[in-house]
Write a protein that binds this ligand. Structure first.
Ligand code: 9MR
Length: 380
């Protein structure tokens, strides 16, 4: 055999080997490529992590999260009610698991939330006689709570929803008359931000609320954020929760609000995105968690599946939302959906228990909705 022929055969072998390696690498890449990779140049793509992963150890769901998302938020496990025990102690079990998941997958891990009127016992604010404790006493409790949590996860949790839902939904959108507010006034907000910042100066601190893209509450949010900035409160971002419905609010309205928040020099996060498809038989803000209505089958029309025309309409709504978000990517840090697949969404039980909703990007079998393909196509 001549040298050149030998070379040729060796060359052919090498070519075969290289193409095999390429094919393997391609298969591996496919396995690891998800929404997060398509949007890598735009913003982070996040999801909320709930008990299915943390307590029920749902491996299918964890694998899906690792493939599709590069940011996580704890749905419940770092709220006061979950992380504190009745004896004023701590229960970090799920919180630690959540943070480990983020570290293992090199994710932008968000903490939720340091000061919120909900999922916190009255005993935090009241003495044995049922009267409010003093401003100083509440500040001390906040110091302990916030510095312990932020300190424990320093360097691992990169951003915190420092204060959640401080604006009321009623006429004129005043500040919510929560126990925090009743005792400390608006100072409870600056206090939460200041303590978080002192504990971890590198943490990105967010004010998070629902419906702040909508007229009335939007103006109230802008005014609040300006007041905080005037007091030099260390605030870096604003979280538009984005619990949307299939019919509203309009994309233009969401876009306008993103631009207004960005004008304040704040990074914008969509923190709890989902799109409700079920009939809204009430006229109330979608995320006020204490609201409940009675179940009737008329209020649960897609129990046995989503009709094709609704799936289409829903997919188009996701697409036009993301088109707008991509256009405004310079201002947007992260887009987080409130859960991974329809079966785990809070909306199945809110504000009516036991309905069948389709608000997320993955269905009950954990297969992508049509919307998913549209979001990928926007980036091709
Ligand atoms: O999704 C959360 C649900 O599992 C809890 O039961 C509920 C209790 O308040 O909180 C839900 O998450 C809320 C979030 O923490 C703040 N914004 C509104 C969300 C939906 O209610």
């Amino acid at each position: 055999m001549t040298v050149s022929r030998r070379k040729f055969i060796a060359g052919a072998g090498a070519t075969f080997l290289i193409s095999q390696i390429k094919a393997n690498a391609f298969a591996e890449a496919l396995k690891h490529t998800g929404l997060k990779d398509y949007y890598a140049k735009d913003f982070k793509i996040g999801t909320a992590i709930g008990s299915d992963i943390l307590e029920k150890n749902d491996q299918q769901l964890s694998a899906l999260v690792a493939r599709e998302f590069n940011s996580i938020t704890p749905e419940n496990c770092l709220k006061w009610e979950s992380v504190r025990t009745a004896e004023e102690g701590w229960n970090f079990k799920d919180g630690d698991k959540f943070v480990e998941f983020g570290v293992k997958n090199a994710m932008y891990t968000v903490g939720h939330t340091l000061a919120w009127h909900s999922q916190i016992p009255d005993s935090v604010f009241k003495n044995d006689k049922g009267n409010y404790i003093s401003a100083e006493q509440l500040k001390k409790k906040m110091d302990h709570h916030i510095s312990t949590l932020v300190g424990r996860y320093k360097g691992k949790i990169m951003a915190w929803d420092a204060v959640n839902e401080a604006i009321d939904d009623g006429a004129g959108n005043p500040m919510r008359k929560s126990h925090y507010f009743n005792i400390l006034g608006e100072d409870f907000i600056s206090h939460a931000f200041n303590v978080a910042h002192e504990t971890d100066p590198d943490a990105h601190l967010i004010y998070n609320d629902y419906n702040i893209e909508q007229a009335g509450k939007h103006e109230a949010a802008i005014a609040l954020l300006k007041r905080l900035q005037k007091k030099e409160v260390p605030i870096n971002g604003v979280g538009i929760q984005a619990h949307l419905s299939i019919s509203g609010p309009s994309i233009e309205q969401i876009e306008k609000s993103i631009l207004n928040f960005a004008k304040l020099g704040l990074r914008v996060h969509l923190t709890e995105l989902d799109i409700d498809v079920l009939p809204q038989v009430w006229n109330l803000p979608i995320a006020e968690v204490s609201t409940r209505f009675e179940y009737t089958s008329a209020r649960d029309p897609y129990k046995n599946g989503l009709p094709k025309e609704i799936e289409d309409k829903l997919a188009k709504r996701w697409e036009s939302l993301f088109e707008m978000l991509i256009r405004n990517r310079a201002h947007i840090e992260r887009v987080t959906t409130w859960g991974v697949s329809d079966d785990v969404s809070w909306l199945n039980d809110f504000p009516i228990k036991g309905r069948t909703d389709y608000p997320l990007l993955f269905d009950r079998k954990r297969a992508p909705h049509d919307a998913y393909a549209r979001l990928i196509n926007l980036k091709k």
